[in-house]
Design a protein around this ligand. Structure first.
Ligand code: PLP
Length: 371
């Protein structure tokens, strides 16, 4: 049975060049980059080069990149780095739990938390942010692209509102980076989270962009790595792999975008021509390749398992929510009628998928729903 993977919002296959870039640091060059002797020169240079490559990809200075263990750590660091009792944090209700749960924890420590809701197409409006600012605002956090419905948010304008209130703006760009153009100087964000495994890099590595001059509290204490901001021996292989994967994806943004939009078209047209009753939750302005579809009177969970039995990997929503029963917080926020909401599937195509994959998935869904 052929296997079709279309859950690229959960994780992506490792780029071959990234894999090759990692190999030396998983074998002969096992040096600790913090040591002053010449054996460590190679690993230290690999880290410096990676920082420079990544900075070039997002339009910042190398010293503004801080390596972390991934999206969760970057998000947590941004939130807790700015959280202080009595001050306000605003985030959207469709943030990933790495932001939402961190914000809720910060509230337990005395922050004022305001959660703003997107409109029914999943977009956070500028008015909803402006109207919700009540206290001494410290931080606004709104994701660049949502991981369940692919909605792209008006980050530049939201950041301007935060700045007008002398607050910092953080964006979780975990789903966006490597898939759409991301430039921190153009968007004006102060903090940006990224995770390599979402852009064909290795798992367990990511970074936090911190704009020069922005002071946030560190989250890790110990050695002086990352200029004292993030203690712990660097994962050199993963850092090198992340930089290569990002560079390759950024170089192919337009090619990949066109390819993914074609796959979306094939998938949706295949469903439509079989007269399947569904709602497309993904708005017009979205992450290429990510489609959230809600089928009428279907059980999304059962559908996902039946597709699995046919060798197709898609999901009902966020990977980390897949064990929880009921609707995800993102689907709830869309206020869909129940007969659609419970029949939700997320199909997230990647650059390695073909038009045949898109048609086969749609065909398999139709077979299941019609039987
Ligand atoms: N933020 C978003 C939007 C995500 O989709 C994810 C992962 O699914 C994360 C954060 C967490 O990233 P990581 O898996 O690197 O911890």
């Amino acid at each position: 049975m052929p296997f079709i993977y279309a859950d690229n919002a959960a994780t992506t296959p490792l780029d071959r060049d990234a894999f090759k870039a990692m190999l030396p640091f998983l074998s002969d060059d096992y040096s600790n980059p913090s040591q002053p002797y010449s054996f460590s020169l190679g690993s230290r240079k690999a880290i410096d080069d990676a920082r420079e490559t990544i900075a070039g990809c997002i339009g910042c200075f190398p010293e503004e990149i801080f390596f972390t263990s991934g999206g969760t750590e970057s998000d947590n660091t941004a939130v807790f780095g700015m959280a202080s009792p009595g001050r306000e944090i605003i985030c959207s209700s469709i943030e990933h739990h790495a932001v939402l749960s961190a914000c809720k924890k910060a509230e337990e420590f005395g922050c004022k938390l305001t959660v703003i809701h997107p409109d029914k197409s999943g977009i956070v409006s500028l008015a909803s942010l402006s109207n919700s600012i009540t206290a001494d605002l410290a931080l606004v956090s709104v994701m660049t692209a949502n991981n369940e419905i692919g909605a792209l948010q008006p980050i530049k304008q939201l950041a301007e509102i935060a700045h007008a209130h002398s607050a910092l703006f953080h964006t979780d760009a975990v789903q966006a980076l490597g898939h759409i153009p991301v430039n921190v100087k153009e968007s004006g964000v102060d903090l940006l989270s990224a995770s390599a495994h979402k852009f064909n890099g290795p798992k367990g590595i990511g970074f936090l962009y911190i704009k020069n001059g922005v002071k946030i509290k560190p989250f890790h204490f110990g050695g002086l790595q990352e200029r004292g901001f993030r203690a712990g021996t660097e994962n050199v292989a993963a850092i090198a792999g992340m930089a290569k994967a990002l560079q390759n994806n950024v170089n192919a943004l337009e090619t990949n975008r066109k390819h993914l939009l074609c796959l979306e078209k094939v998938f949706l047209e295949s469903l439509r021509c079989k007269d399947i009753d569904f709602i497309l939750n993904t708005p017009e302005h979205h992450l290429p390749g990510l489609l959230s579809v809600s089928f009428r009177n279907a059980d999304g969970e059962a559908l996902m398992h039946l597709l699995d039995m046919k060798g197709i990997a898609v999901s009902t929503g966020a990977a980390c929510d897949s064990k929880s029963i009921g609707l995800s917080h993102v689907i709830k926020a869309l206020n869909l009628p129940d007969e659609y909401a419970f029949g939700t599937l997320r199909v997230s195509f990647g650059k390695n998928n073909s038009a045949d994959d898109a048609a086969s998935i749609a065909c398999a869904i139709c077979d299941i729903l019609n039987n």
